[in-house]
Design a protein around this ligand. Structure first.
Ligand code: PCA
Length: 210
């Protein structure tokens, strides 16, 4: 059976820990509705993160991909709607690179939408008591870079769906925060919903003006 691929990141920007990498590792070897999960930690490095992700896509041929990252300052779980074709780093990545206003794919489209049911994921997370909301920007750092590169690759692979979700901090890492167990449970919920909602997303008013 084709697996689910869940990625997270190594710590960056002086942090000791990255909840997204911890969640990916915690889910590695588990199953969602009987579908095996492969968890992978990506380097927080422009270019190298995408090479690692693409190698894993080729090696494991997943049916669904959810990439995760830390968004310090955000609450709970924020599935991303859209990835944009720009690298614009506020801080250097873990290899010291700080690209400014650079396209990710020279001939790629301006943006790619997530192909996961982000509204249904938000609704299920809220039903389970977790703070969640749709995000309309994954930023322009390594998370957006990986999200865009993932969707650029999946655009050429029929039937393989994918997207990105940011997670809040862990306790001790700033506020708002959730413990690792809650983050793991929330990602399991999001994945289960993504597996079940294969066609249309649900209509949930979660638009924003900010
Ligand atoms: N968050 C960063 C990169 C790695 C991570 O976990 C971001 O939001 O771009």
């Amino acid at each position: 059976m084709k697996p689910i691929l869940v990625t997270g990141f190594e710590p960056f920007g002086g942090d000791r820990i990255n909840p997204s990498g911890e969640v990916a590792q915690a889910l590695h070897g588990s199953a969602i509705d009987g579908v095996p999960v492969i968890g992978l930690v990506l380097p927080c490095v422009f270019g190298a993160a995408l090479h690692t992700l693409r190698a894993a896509l080729a090696a494991h041929r997943p049916q669904l991909v959810l990439a995760l990252g830390l968004a310090a300052g955000r609450e709970g779980f924020t599935p991303e709607r859209i990835a944009i074709n720009r690298d614009d780093a506020r801080i250097p990545d873990n290899a010291g690179a700080q690209p400014i206003d650079r396209p990710i794919a020279a001939r790629g489209p301006a943006a790619h939408f997530s192909t996961l049911p982000i509204k249904a994921m938000v609704a299920a997370l809220r039903d389970a008591g977790h703070p969640a909301g749709v995000s309309n920007s994954a930023g322009t750092f390594v998370c957006n870079h990986v999200f865009y590169g993932l969707m650029q690759t999946l655009a050429r692979q029929r039937g393989v769906r994918g997207g990105f979700m940011h997670l809040c901090a862990l306790p001790g890492q700033g506020e708002p925060a959730l413990p690792l167990a809650a983050l793991v449970e929330g990602v399991r919920i999001a994945l289960a919903v993504a597996m079940r909602h294969r066609d249309a997303d649900i209509a949930l008013a979660d638009g924003r003006i900010d």
